[in-house]
Ligand binder design. Structure first.
Ligand code: ADP
Length: 395
């Protein structure tokens, strides 16, 4: 009886994978082929405590799948023995068409292709992953799981931008939201940790990694989120600005002659922490702040202010907040950031337990017993969630 899902996350020059038991969410193996198209590419394959690294020639993603198959053949587990239920693909943008995990066929790949203008950096790479996996594992169902799908429940009042009708109707301009697999996973874990049924729990999830977004989850359903048409909106990120007055591009076109490609590059790759400090890495920014760097201090304050402002707005949307959960690289690992955010949330009666916040344990409550809103650290498991959704779709 097949038991596992092979989860693929294809980027423009990388193919990350995990072999997952969807019932536990645990990874039996994980790995990545990176620097695809460069010579040499780098392959990593981890099984338990054993980590295998090697340099490979890998001119394209077809070759990367062959590297993946070879890694399983050499280091295990044996894919035939484990038995695969499906290959699960992370796809960034599902537009308004995809509101759940979807079995891939030619019509579905054409629809994902049609959404490329909404996610020009991500959807083409995700499609490449689907194409090479269909060729390598032709006997298996391929399932697309979209970052946007969880947010299909956001009501029109929250997802509609007040812009001209033809932008909305002809060009799909609206809020979609991202990081859906992370937000849904974390919100479910919080309900489990609280020991309460998911439909009864209201949670604000703060996914703070290189990309960052906040999500209001009411009874397991997304009702609002900080990202929008693309993953540029909302919180301050590694290289993206988040909230921005929409007149900034027009202003810069007039005063500095910037064109569309200039903004796209500046707003996707040169803004956020990088724009404020010269480094996109939060850890490095924290080190500089400790050394008295004033740019790093300001960046920290901007990041915290933005999070507090979004949490306040999402709390008002929810009406009642039972829990706030921190996840992803920064959210899971930075007690100082969590403490600064918590101290801005007096309105929600948030009191941290400083010792619990400082601990290096994984999943835990970090609020004090008398905190009006409970606060949690929940390591995200996006691949586990993708595997779970694949298994659920396939019954
Ligand atoms: P991605 O969005 O690429 O998946 P991650 O969730 O891995 O990103 O988060 C990356 C961010 O997390 C970086 O800014 C990094 O500095 C930060 N980070 C990772 N580990 C730590 C840590 N121990 N302390 C502080 N920040 C950390």
């Amino acid at each position: 009886m097949p038991t596992h899902v092979l989860v693929l996350n294809a980027g423009s020059s990388s193919l990350k994978y995990q072999l997952i038991d969807p019932h536990t969410g645990a990874a039996a193996a994980a790995g990545a082929v990176e620097r695809i198209g460069l010579s040499p590419a780098a392959a990593r394959h981890t099984v338990g405590a054993a980590e295998h690294h090697r340099e490979v020639e890998c001119p394209n993603h077809d070759a990367a799948v062959a590297v993946l198959q070879q890694a399983f053949a050499e280091h295990g587990p044996d894919l035939a023995e484990v038995g695969l239920i499906a290959v699960g693909h992370r796809v960034v943008h599902g537009g308004h068409r995809f509101d759940g995990p979807t079995l891939v066929d030619d019509e579905v790949t054409a629809a994902i292709e049609g959404l490329v203008p909404l996610a020009p950096l991500h959807n083409p790479a995700n499609l490449t992953g689907i194409r090479v996996a269909r060729a390598a594992f032709p006997e298996l169902p391929q399932v697309a799981v979209f970052d946007t799908a969880f947010h299909a429940t956001i009501p029109p009042a929250a997802s509609t931008y007040a812009v001209p009708r033809e932008w909305r109707e002809e060009h799909g301009v609206r809020k979609y939201g991202f990081h859906g697999t992370s937000h849904t996973y974390v919100a479910r874990r919080v309900a489990d940790l609280l020991g309460r049924p998911l439909p009864e729990v209201n949670t604000i999830v703060l996914h703070l990694g290189n990309g960052a977004s906040a999500c209001a989850v009411a009874g397991g359903r997304s009702v609002d989120t900080s990202m929008g048409l693309t993953p540029l909106d909302g919180l301050v990120m590694g290289t993206r600005p988040g909230d921005l007055d929409p007149s900034v591009p027009g202003h810069l076109a007039r005063v500095a002659g910037l064109g569309v490609d200039d903004y796209d590059t500046a707003l996707s790759r040169r803004s956020g922490l990088l724009g404020l400090t010269g480094s996109s890495d939060f850890r490095e920014v924290m080190t500089r702040r400790d050394q008295g760097d004033t740019d790093a201090q300001l960046a920290f304050e901007v990041v915290v202010h933005r999070i507090v402002r979004h949490v306040g707005a999402l709390a008002a949307v929810l009406g009642r907040v039972d829990a706030i959960a921190f996840t992803a690289g920064i959210g899971e690992h930075n007690p100082g950031l969590r403490a600064a955010v918590a101290s801005g949330l007096d309105l929600l009666g948030v009191e941290l337990d400083d010792a619990a916040n400082a601990e290096a344990h994984d999943e835990r409550r970090i609020s004090a017993a008398d905190s009006a809103t409970s606060v949690w650290v929940v390591p995200t498991n996006e691949e586990g969630e993708i595997a779970r959704e694949c298994a659920e779709l396939l019954g």
